[in-house]
Design a protein around this ligand. Structure first.
Ligand code: PXP
Length: 246
């Protein structure tokens, strides 16, 4: 059954808007855990615009569920990850001026760096996932570099407006999953997923984890993060469980 990792970066975004000490992402992690989340995802951006090192360290030390540490392959972040030892590191591209992670990691162009970072993370006992578009070349390069998993970028699906485009994006995700499996990779998915569009993606058999942030934090403003998380888990379970009942 597919599982949810809640990306709590936006809790820190609100805090950093005032440079104060609330809301505390560590509390958010506890609430997500109490709601039944599989894990907590945190992205320590190089510009430290939301999550701070201390936030990740405390969640790593206190959370009962797994930490998925989202990170660029920049040297200071790699060194930090090796010390932090999260269960999983998801490697993403990072640009200073973007609002959020825009594209997938270019595993083809950065294969040498990806291989060396993956080896260092593995040596520290950390699982490695690469955030990629469902492009066969990228998936194969991630596998060749030694990654354990890929996270398929669902942003194109989330942005698709016509039924035709949506169907094409879903087919691409399925093909990406198949190729990932052929390479022995675990296949996750995330970006742009919300309460309205999660259904068809959760129905894709074998996607094992979803990383969802913005929509859950947005809903939390009205219903609280524990309920917002629980509602998303319920949807994922409902849709991903469907094929089991067929
Ligand atoms: N997965 C990755 C690799 C991401 O970079 C992000 C955004 O930080 C997410 C998932 C979550 O995306 P969203 O906030 O749109 O749910």
């Amino acid at each position: 059954m597919a599982m949810l990792n809640v990306n709590i970066d936006h809790v820190a975004t609100i805090r950093q808007a005032r440079m104060v000490d609330e809301p505390n992402p560590v509390w958010a992690a506890v609430e997500c855990e109490l709601a039944g989340a599989n894990g907590i995802t945190m992205h320590l951006r190089e510009d430290l615009r939301h999550i701070q090192k201390r936030d990740v360290e405390i969640v790593r030390q206190t959370a009962g569920v797994m930490l998925n540490f989202e990170m660029a392959m920049a040297e200071p972040v790699v060194r930090f990850a090796v010390k932090l030892k999260p269960k999983l590191a998801t490697l993403v591209p990072e640009k200073r001026r973007e609002l959020t992670t825009e594209g997938g990691l270019d595993c083809v162009k950065q294969k040498i760096r990806l291989k060396s970072v993956t080896q260092r993370l593995h040596k520290a006992g950390i699982g490695v996932s690469a955030f990629v578009t469902p492009d066969p070349k990228q998936i194969t390069a991630a596998a060749d570099a030694g990654c354990d998993a890929i996270e398929l970028h669902t942003g194109m699906y989330a942005n698709a407006r016509s039924d035709q485009k949506i169907a094409k994006c879903l087919r691409d995700l399925e093909k990406g999953r198949d190729l990932g499996w052929q390479h022995g990779l675990i296949v996750h998915a995330g970006h742009g997923l919300n309460y309205r569009n999660i259904g068809p993606v959760a129905q894709i058999e074998g996607l094992s984890e979803f990383n969802i942030g913005h929509s859950i934090i947005a809903r939390s403003v009205f219903v609280g993060i524990r309920q917002a998380t629980a509602e998303m888990i319920k949807l994922i379970d409902k849709f991903s469980g469907q094929f089991l009942n067929e």
